[in-house]
Write a protein of this length. Structure first.
Length: 336
């Protein structure tokens, strides 16, 4: 039986565009419409075919697009959306994109082509203009973890810059002056925002940031370990360290400890997210809590209700510094 995917492949249009033409929904140019209808006719596609393909027509759903299924952060996000879906008799449809713009678009097209209109989208690769276009075309798409000003009423996001500023200031208040940062190698808004918070706090306190104090880590579990090794190869020039997330913090912490660095007396470490069980950390990790579960529920409800007028400026959340055992005041005699 001919499918929407075949029409998309023949015409070069996205599945979302093909779906709009076949279902006669949304605005599509006359030229595009004629091209798609011609291709559909040539392969024998009919609207009766399409009705049989709408697997969600009798099973209301809510979709989520995330970057990595294996990440504890994204698992919690998806779980929270699923909980809201169950409360509203909807099943979860989950797609991952691997931090790739093309895969993000394919995931969105897949959900839409399968009748899933309500989508919570955690995009780190698509441009602001692309996301604006998606939101304009599809009224039930909500962005989480991303602020796009043109459609900010659809956005539920975190002020990451405020978080790393707060964490850096906390370390400075404890006497640390040489503070490093393990950042994400992948280019996205979170990378720049979290780095900016750290740098701004250092500058506001009259402190410099040496280039080798900032290490970019690959988006894998060993990223933090590799960053730690680079810092150690430089003689560990810092007395405190911020990490882009808890995964980096965990792998860096283990590497430092395996090389004889005492945490926190010789090196203080602060993570970001607070989504990993503390049994993975010794000492327990001081971190910035990303309220992703609360935010995901808000985003899911916003998508289901479409109550955008209630939040014309969007919904912004702030990280909270969770004090545990991986941070200590600066101690000169204990430095490496």
């Amino acid at each position: 039986m001919p499918t929407l995917k075949e029409i998309a492949e023949i015409t070069g249009y996205s599945m979302a565009t093909v779906s709009r033409v076949i279902n006669r929904q949304g605005h599509v140019s006359e030229k595009t419409k004629l091209h798609i209808e011609k291709a559909a006719k040539e392969i024998g596609f009919t609207r009766e075919n399409n009705n049989r393909l709408k697997i969600n027509s009798g099973t209301p759903s809510i979709g989520v697009v995330i970057n990595r299924i294996s990440s504890p952060f994204y698992s919690l996000l998806a779980q929270s959306v699923e909980e809201v879906g169950r409360e509203h008799n909807r099943h979860l449809m989950l797609c991952s994109s691997g931090y790739d713009a093309n895969e993000e678009q394919k995931a969105i097209d897949f959900l839409l082509s399968h009748g899933c209109r309500h989508i919570v989208l955690h995009s780190k690769a698509l441009s602001d203009s692309a996301l604006e276009g998606i939101c304009r075309q599809h009224s039930d798409v909500v962005l989480i973890g991303r602020h796009v000003e043109a459609v900010q009423e659809r956005c539920v996001w975190l002020d990451s810059q405020a978080g790393t500023y707060q964490a850096t200031q906390h370390l400075i208040n404890l006497g640390h002056r040489r503070i490093g940062f393990i950042n994400l190698a992948f280019d996205c808004d979170d990378k720049h925002n979290r780095l900016a918070g750290y740098i701004n706090a250092m500058k506001d306190n009259g402190l410099m940031v040496e280039p080798d104090w900032v290490q970019n880590a690959d988006w894998v579990e060993v990223g933090g370990r590799n960053a730690a090794r680079k810092l150690l190869s430089q003689g560990l020039p810092v007395t405190a360290l911020l990490a882009f997330n808890d995964v980096y913090a965990a792998s860096a912490l283990r590497e430092f400890q395996s090389r004889g660095v005492q945490i926190p007396s010789q090196l203080s470490i602060i993570g970001f997210d607070d989504v990993m069980p503390q049994c993975y950390f010794s000492p327990a990790l001081t971190t910035l809590k990303y309220p992703i579960a609360v935010m995901a529920r808000k985003a899911a409800l916003l998508s289901l209700t479409g109550n955008y007028a209630q939040f014309p400026q969007g919904q912004c959340y702030y990280p909270t510094l969770i004090h545990r055992e991986s941070v200590a005041p600066y101690q000169h005699e204990h430095c490496v």
